[in-house]
Ligand binder design. Sequence first.
Ligand code: ATP
Length: 605
Amino acid sequence: MVDMPLRLLAETMDKLELITARTQMVALLVNLFKATPPDIIDKVVYLVQGVLWPDWRGMPELGVGEKLLVKAISLACNVSEREVEQLAKQTGDLGKAVEKLKQQLQSKATGATLFAFTQKASTELTVLSAYNTLVKIATTQGEGSKDLKIRLTAGLIRDSSPKEAKFIVRFIEGKLRVGIGDATIMDALATTFGGGAFSRPIIERAYNLRADLGEVAKILATQGLEAIKTIKPEVGVPIRPMLAERLSDPREILVKVGGEGFVEYKYDGERAQIHKKNNNIWIYSRRLENITHQYPDVVQKVIDHVKADEVIIEGEIVTYDPETGELKPFQELMHRKRKHDIHLAIKEYPVKVFLFDLLYLNGKDYTVEPLPERRATLEKIIEKSDDFTIAEYVKTNTPEELEKFFLKAISEGAEGVMIKAIHKDAVYQAGTRGWLWIKYKRDYKSEMADTVDLVVVGAFHGKGRRGGKYGALLMAAYNEEKDVFETVCKVGSGFKDEDLDRLPELLKPYIRDRKHPRVVAEMEPDVWTDPVLVAEVIGAELTLSPIHTCARGVIKSDAGISIRFPRFIRWRPDKRPEDATTSRELVEMYSRQLKKITIEPTTEP
Ligand code: ATP
């Protein structure tokens, strides 16, 4: 089997850590991909993403926590665990500590051992051997597995150069997972294998239909762009979800969708993409995690009520009160996730499934079909029941009817409505937030018509009653064009005492010694964090601020968009950082708010 030195990957990752300019990042990745044999490009892409396989495969985590890593480093470098810990404190993290230790070992080497080092270089670590060992570390389970994991990790570190050791330790710690965005990797794939930037949207479409960037890269590198163009969804491999824009004026909404559309309940539950191949069922969440094990009851409903062999459908799972039949909010469903005894949880938090889309059926890709066609076919393959049915909807072309349905939806426990285009081009835009779907949510009694989802990028120490804890968080929006996170506000209110108590533990794995390269900020928090955690936030209104970087320069040259009186509402564990509200959306919300302020008075009689 073809292979390549791990050195090439480790050196690239080392350089990537120091640069923030997207073009330079892409150029480095292009060099790496060019040096990669096509047969192992999937593994290289995964390692760059900081994973061994896509998360949705639901395979075990590496299971080597900080303590075990310290042990492994101490074994590999022949120093005490305390020394490793001290060095990690001094240098800021374990990755740098191991790099330093390996450098010291190298320079200490006497003539004889130097000879041994030179010998080692001729049998240097390869990508495949390192990958396979990491897989072994991840999949070792049961009695004695802890020791074996330490030994395997120590072995890897022992055999590696200082830079390789740093890469391996960072990988095991999970620190690489947010280092380089998928968007940047796709840019590099387009240049390396797609013939240039024109192929970028084609690659992205393939990735949206099959959320496995390693596999997409491999098809591209081994079979070429034509194969990528004809890629179809595959049962078992999640499709990146289509997302909605937001508006709160029924008239404007109808214009945007082309005059008429389906208006559906926007249920307040968990999005579920359900895959079925005969009696094998997979359920994927909004962020493409495999959540099948949490919903054995839904699995049974799918087997009983979906009359098709191979199919991918989408819907919302909602919990309800079995006595009254009343739907309950998302937070209630989250209790169910925390329960270990799933069979009790099923009784305590029973669910209904409201289906709203069909993406694939028996070899046919339905994402390219218009919504009415998808819906009609979905109706044909579902045997409806009380708790497994199609989302409530009407077809309308009048703002009055839309508003009436919206009020009805809310009175029945929905969050609002989704308005969906039904013209001939109203396809399923996988992985895209677009105007073919528009969400119209109930007002949160605030000038800001809707909440936003922002990513934590730093935290501030608390004062007074909050002394010794964190008192506020620095929050950022996602800029999808630049693939970075831009700060929007500092949130200190809205937290309950138990939220504040939990913060140190929640943030701990993500604390870092300096700003993450994908974060654009001017405000300096007391601690920086990796951009990972997403929270829902609301405020009084959107404003311009000279210290925040969100969409800076778009509305005004030296100011970004910010939120006045921001309040924390809840965590959004179902969202990845890239699913946060984007800087572009905030620009739209800001412009809309301006329109409201300036237009409304003049339209008064
Ligand atoms: P939000 O934070 O408002 O839940 P989101 O970012 O998760 O939104 P959007 O596409 O903006 O995703 O809003 C649609 C979400 O609403 C879907 O992800 C899905 O979970 C949920 N939903 C509920 N009912 C429907 C429906 N009938 N059609 C589509 N999505 C629905």
